[in-house]
Design a binder for this molecule. Structure first.
Ligand SMILES: [Zn+2]
Ligand SMILES: [Zn+2]
Length: 318
């Protein structure tokens, strides 16, 4: 038996937590089915359209259907992404009221569904200083997670690509935010690989990978890095542009993903794709196949025929 096989036999294989963002079209429970078809160990969903304020009321029946389906599902932890419209840092009273209400709805729903983590971008500092924006964002996050729900969802703050005045492009800002929220048992970080590179972090060599991961782990403190978004980056390091690419097809390349999948600090941590896809799920299948293959490699082998085939097939999709 190889050392790798032994390790896999003793602990749950890291790919069990691998998954992708799935649609809730037709009902929340169908998201789980979509994840199962793809062999996902975790999935991410939106509670409703990510770009409108109007949230349809989700019926008691639909919530119950999701919870009971999840109990029997091979899909483990579920992430829910909060609406992109929520700006927890805004100083505009009207936008603040709307943001707080939308975030509260998502938080309550996530807890009722038994969602593992509600992912939130920390907000934009436009029109104010960074420290003021951080305080405002921390206040809204704290007020949200302090709502009694009886659930165990964590609110996961996501690092950003660094465009405009968005908060969360660097570990220092995130540390201030996490510290000010001061609820390490209710929050955590969700790191997006594309956003790391876009915001200027070098994650493609062993030494720099370690530096970056240590810095972000330090920022998270006991709140922890609780989830990953696995996306390659369409643009070069430091672009500030939030454009995701297929795994191995962007500026990040395969090595980082291999390294992350074998990093014992993230064993069991949900990792979901947010890579481009059409209605077809072929793209998801290919990206997941590459990640699963990498997760089984004891040493990095980008020339693995299965990976080479998947990369070639990704050439043919949108
Ligand atoms: Zn993301
Ligand atoms: Zn992104």
């Amino acid at each position: 038996m190889t050392a790798g096989a032994g390790r896999m036999g003793l602990t749950s294989p890291p790919f069990l937590q691998l998954g992708t963002h799935v649609s809730i079209r037709g009902g929340l429970a169908l998201a789980l089915e979509r994840g199962e078809v793809l062999g996902c160990g975790s999935v991410q969903i939106f509670s409703h359209s990510s770009r409108t304020w109007a949230a349809p009321v989700i019926s008691e029946q639909e919530i119950r259907a999701f919870v009971s389906r999840h109990r029997e599902s091979s899909v483990g932890p579920v992430l829910m992404h909060a609406s992109y419209l929520v700006n927890a840092a805004t100083s505009d009273p009207d936008k603040r009221r709307k943001s707080a209400a939308a975030l509260r709805e998502d938080w309550l729903l996530a807890n009722r569904l038994g969602v593992y983590g509600l992912v939130l971008h920390p907000g934009s500092a436009a029109g104010q200083t960074d420290p003021a924006a951080i305080s405002r964002s921390a206040e809204m996050v704290r007020e949200t997670v302090d709502l009694a729900t009886g659930g165990s969802t964590r609110l996961l703050l996501e690092n950003t690509a660094g465009g405009g005045r968005t908060l969360g492009r660097d570990p220092e800002t995130m540390k201030h935010l996490v510290d000010q929220v001061n609820r390490p048992e209710k929050v955590g970080l969700c790191l997006d690989s594309c956003h790391l590179l876009a915001a200027g972090a070098e994650i493609r060599t062993p030494l720099s990978y370690e530096k970056v991961v240590s810095a972000w782990s330090g920022a998270a403190g006991t709140a922890g890095i609780r989830a990953w978004h696995l996306n390659d980056a369409l643009f070069e390091r430091g672009s500030g542009r939030d454009r995701h690419a297929h795994i191995g097809k962007g500026a990040i390349g395969l090595w980082f993903f291999w390294k992350l999948l074998e990093d014992p600090r993230f064993r069991g941590v949900p990792m979901v794709l947010e890579t481009p896809k059409t209605d077809d799920i072929r793209e998801d299948r290919l990206n997941l196949a590459i990640l699963k293959r990498l997760s089984r490699q004891e040493t990095f082998r980008p020339d693995d025929p299965e990976i080479v085939d998947c990369l070639a097939e990704l050439e043919t999709v949108a």
